[in-house]
Ligand binder design. Structure first.
Ligand code: F3S
Length: 407
């Protein structure tokens, strides 16, 4: 691999042990994937922040690795294992909270923004078209690649951290034009795509069907391709398959700019005509109608989603717990707009900095959950030992009000 003088000096240890180690890891990665050189990145986003994933060994590693280190580019964190301020309200064990706060402090000392969100693109970490970045949250990776036209591989927490420390990443995979071409042409023109859960179910079906590759979707109306719908579509696709980039005809930036030139020479045609299998599979383990917890905000809710939820909750009181996950900064804006009070008046809770999947939820009393997110429905049974009901937002809110899932 060709390294410039600065990169070579980092590799030789002229900037200290941690920078040397980070560069060694990136160069090794580059060699595995036959990268020819390193490229500068403008931002990094790091997953694997929760104490649930890291454990004590992870804390020891981070403490040592990030000692006296400052990251070189704008770097943000994925959700932690708890709301960093109101963790007691969400029944998080004290021992867990102490360890989680320690992890956050280590990242903070390294100059990393502890915004703890899976939607960095809604809160200030917004890469431009064709900008190279190193992100690791799969739903954020697919959003950045597809909707913003930025360029990142689906990094691990550690490779994104190394990129943050050196300010660079090896040039391979989705950083190169040739790998961003579509090799699946997916016709969805017969599918009714109206509600956000329809986009989740569609994403789940595409991921399950093609597993790897770059799908080009045909048949999505511009008016339906809202930020929120695309956020849910990509998150589900990246959960049921290893997909990190999609294009939508006439909508996503590369499809608009390059038209048919974005097709690979060999392109497989796939038709999806119904979402029934998606809805059925995402409800696969739920044999009960009683729902203990309703979870909205996977990926983290936007302000528009909070506005919609507050309208649905107006004048209502809840029978089930309703937790809405969002970023700390969106929660603050909601507070200023009195949206937060309107939501909380019903008994619902807006939870910041975290995600149910990486929280110690399995230690709490919940057995069944309802959600409008395909990604949440896909992971919650295995990661959180929960039975899951999946459906549209309106239905999930109705469940929180009535405590039961009506078929
Ligand atoms: Fe975000 Fe957690 Fe969903 S990281 S995308 S809320 S599984």
């Amino acid at each position: 691999m060709l390294l410039n003088k600065k990169e070579q000096l980092m590799l030789e240890g002229k900037e200290g042990k941690a920078v040397k180690k980070a560069m060694e890891i990136l160069v090794a990665l580059g060699k595995i994937y036959s990268a020819k050189r390193m490229i500068r990145i403008t931002s990094a986003q790091i997953s694997g922040v929760s104490y649930k994933n890291l454990g004590d060994e992870g804390i020891d590693f981070l403490k040592e690795f990030l000692r006296d280190i400052k990251v070189k580019v704008l770097t943000t964190l994925n959700p932690a294992g708890m709301d960093l301020k109101n963790w007691k309200e969400f029944f998080v064990p004290k021992k867990f909270a102490k360890k989680q706060l320690k992890i956050i402090k280590i990242f903070e000392n390294a100059g990393i923004e502890t915004s703890c969100s899976c939607v960095p693109y809604l809160i200030g970490n917004v890469p431009k078209f064709q900008e190279h970045i190193s992100w690791s949250e799969s739903s954020a990776v697919i959003y950045a690649n597809s909707v913003l036209g930025a360029r990142t591989n689906r990094e691990s927490g550690i490779s994104a951290l190394c990129a943050a420390i050196t300010g660079s990443t090896p040039e391979y995979g989705y950083h190169l034009d040739k790998n961003r071409k579509a090799n699946f042409l997916i016709d969805v023109s017969k599918v009714k795509l109206k509600r956000e859960s329809d986009f989740s179910a569609l994403g789940y079906l595409i991921g399950k069907k093609i597993q790897q590759g770059v799908p080009y979707l045909k048949g999505i109306e511009k008016r339906d391709a809202t930020l929120e719908n695309l956020k849910l579509l990509g998150a589900a696709m990246a959960a049921s398959g290893g997909i990190a980039l999609y294009h939508i005809e006439g909508i996503t930036p590369e499809a608009k700019k390059f038209g048919n030139k974005i097709f690979s020479k060999k392109i497989e045609k796939v038709k999806i005509e119904s979402l029934d299998e998606g809805y059925k599979n995402l409800n696969f383990n739920s044999d009960t109608k009683k729902v203990d917890l309703v979870s909205i905000g996977c990926p983290h809710a936007s302000l528009q989603e909070l506005e919609k939820i507050s309208k649905l909750l107006e004048g209502k009181k809840l029978k089930s717990e309703l937790w809405i996950s969002t970023s700390r900064s969106i929660k603050k804006i909601a507070e200023k707009k009195i949206l937060l009070r309107k939501i909380e008046n019903s008994g619902a809770k807006v939870i910041a900095d975290t995600c149910i999947i990486v929280s110690p939820i399995e230690k709490l009393r919940f057995k069944t959950m309802a959600t409008n997110s395909g990604k949440m429905a896909f992971y919650a049974p295995s990661y959180c030992n929960l039975k899951v009901k999946f459906g549209p937002l309106e239905k999930c809110i109705d469940v929180a009000i009535n405590g039961v899932w009506k078929s």
